[in-house]
Design a protein around this ligand. Structure first.
Ligand code: F0G
Length: 435
């Protein structure tokens, strides 16, 4: 049985599992007690035209479904959310799926989907009077936390694996004034150490074990439903690392259905990197009953996680919605990222696993041509420019990783050329690339 008191690491003091914010009775409300779905949809859309900061936030404009603060006046916002949903004409054509879209969460203020969760949980920290907040991170959580803490006037502690996060993300933590500790261990080691730290000091933990993070991270589900005129797509595909995001989006769709805002929920599938695939293994080996941590390796550093905290929640979401969980190789990730780039949509390698996963699902016949599919792109391409440059220079992948894919990779590589400083030389470069 679950207890009612959370420890500083947000685990139940009785069973050790994670907490989740619940709104008892939402599903049972009948008649006049039931929120007016039409009025809410109108209000949420109308708020986008308001000049109030909270109304402009793609998280707080849905605040009726986020009753987590004593006062919404305590909300700390950077105008997160309201991210674009793009059609993907080239990938649509290549895969034979008309309705293929990308929801680009990299278009958030600090360049990743973490902002939607951070505005929620950081606001709770501020309301509760904490002076310090902290997280362990593969880089994006720390960038988001540092920025929101700075806006709120709180101090922040970032614990990251030394040498295993992208420079763009490390730069952000420094820029926003966090105390940044690079530890000689991996993400899972950082998490273990920080869990000890928050037990000994009055510091509010802002990793996604914090259930308020998930309350903010459920709001892209509302935006997706809104963009589909409250008809929800057939299938949503998300990357899997610490597995909070898939859990949060599943919660968002579930709550909308309970409240009568949508008639059904989409399938939610989770894609991991081959070298960091503990959930794929857990579902294959024990149908999600237990999870064996792995030593994680992938160049998609954002999802280099071997012992994900929210795996039970994510397994439940996949199973309840009829989604899939699979893994993709390093070369498949790099190719998918370059393909998205060639549509004018840059993203982080961790985000590109979604397209790589969809290609596999399509090849297996799991996704039909008439289905509407949304890929969740989680981070901005500039977060990890080194990865992109290495791909185009041909130094990213080892020979054995590209076997059978050489031609595909060559067709996507666009390495910069050093060209003589004359118009003739530049024109020759253009000619060399015509056709
Ligand atoms: N994509 C990006 C760009 C990420 O930064 C992360 C996680 C994920 C996907 C996976 O999401 O953990 O909810 O399954 N980044 C974390 C961090 C762990 O510390 O920034 P998840």
């Amino acid at each position: 049985m679950a207890g009612t008191e959370a420890r500083p690491d947000f685990r139940c003091s009785l069973c050790g599992d994670l907490f989740e914010v619940e709104y008892p009775g939402w599903g049972q409300r009948k008649g006049n007690d039931r929120p007016n779905a039409g009025a809410l949809r109108w209000l949420w859309r109308e708020r986008r035209c308001s000049s109030e900061a909270l109304d402009n936030s793609g998280v707080w404009r849905f605040r009726e479904l986020l009753p987590i603060l004593e006062s919404f006046g305590n909300a700390v916002t950077l105008r997160e959310g309201n991210t674009p949903l793009y059609h993907l004409p080239r990938a649509s054509k290549a895969l034979g799926i008309d309705q293929l879209f990308a929801k680009h969460q990299g278009m958030n203020p600090t360049g990743s989907f973490k902002d939607t969760g951070m505005t929620a949980a950081l606001s709770v920290a501020k309301e509760r009077g904490f002076e310090w907040v902290a997280c362990a991170s593969t880089g994006n959580t720390s960038a988001a936390m540092a920025a929101y803490a700075a806006r709120a006037g709180l101090r922040s502690l970032v614990v990251i694996p030394d040498g295993k996060i992208a420079w763009g993300k490390l730069a952000q933590a420094m820029d926003y004034g966090a105390v940044t500790c690079q530890l000689k261990t991996d993400f899972d080691g950082c998490m273990r150490i920080l869990t000890q730290v928050v037990k000994e000091a009055h510091i509010y933990l802002l990793n996604s074990v914090n259930p308020y993070r998930l309350e903010g991270q459920k709001t892209p589900a509302f935006e997706i439903a809104e963009a589909f005129d409250w008809n929800v797509p057939d299938h949503l595909i998300v990357p899997g690392g610490n597995l909070a995001n898939s859990s949060a989006l599943g919660k968002g769709f579930r709550e909308m259905k309970e409240l009568g805002l949508v008639g059904r929920v989409p399938r939610i599938s989770v894609i991991q990197a081959e070298g960091a695939n503990p959930l794929v293994r857990s579902l294959a080996d024990s149908n999600g009953a237990s999870l064996e941590p792995v030593e994680a390796h992938t160049r998609a550093t954002a999802i280099r996680i071997g012992n994900p905290a929210s795996w039970r929640k994510a397994a439940r979401v996949i199973q309840e919605t009829g989604g899939w969980c699979l893994d993709v190789s390093e070369a498949e990730i790099a190719i998918a990222k370059a393909e998205l780039g060639s549509e004018g949509l840059g993203c982080e390698p961790a985000s590109a696993v979604t397209l790589a996963g969809l290609k596999k699902l399509r090849a297996q016949g799991a996704v039909g041509s008439g289905e509407s599919v949304v890929l969740l792109l989680t981070g901005h391409t500039l977060k990890d420019a080194d990865y992109t440059i290495d791909f185009h220079r041909g130094t990213l992948l080892k020979e054995e990783e590209t076997v059978g894919l050489e031609q595909k990779i060559d067709s996507l590589r666009r390495n910069a050329q050093v060209v003589e400083a004359t118009p003739e030389a530049v024109l020759a470069a253009v000619k060399g690339n015509v056709g």
